[in-house]
Design a binder for this molecule. Structure first.
Ligand SMILES: [Zn+2]
Length: 109
């Protein structure tokens, strides 16, 4: 289950330098197939205004030689009934062309 109100926090963590150095970042449409599940789409609906959000980049945790220090290690999933990811993630970050809101979609390994 995904909760959109967690996305702003997640985007901030993805942009933290330490995590960016641990992720492979793919600019624009080059990253759409870098996912653990079905491919990301070029666009998605903005949850804030309903407008069209276009792909900016995809971040994918793809470093199997480095044990630990995954985003899933930052917080415990379901601690105090709060959601967190339980495995390595791929995250597509979009930007709404109507309201300039960042929108993220993610999936897990
Ligand atoms: Zn929007």
């Amino acid at each position: 289950m995904r909760k959109r109100n967690n996305y702003d926090c997640l985007v901030g963590q993805l942009l933290t330098l330490n995590l960016i150095n641990k992720m492979k970042i793919y600019i624009g449409e080059t990253g759409l197939d870098n996912t653990f599940q079905e491919s990301f789409k070029k666009t998605t609906k903005c949850p804030k205004c309903g407008g069209n959000a276009r792909i900016m980049f995809v971040g994918c945790e793809d470093y199997p030689e480095d044990k630990g220090n995954f985003i899933c290690d930052l917080h415990e999933n379901m601690k105090d009934n709060k959601y967190w990811v339980h495995d390595a993630i791929a995250c597509a970050v979009y930007l709404c062309e109507d309201c300039f809101e960042a929108v993220a979609e993610l999936n897990q390994a």
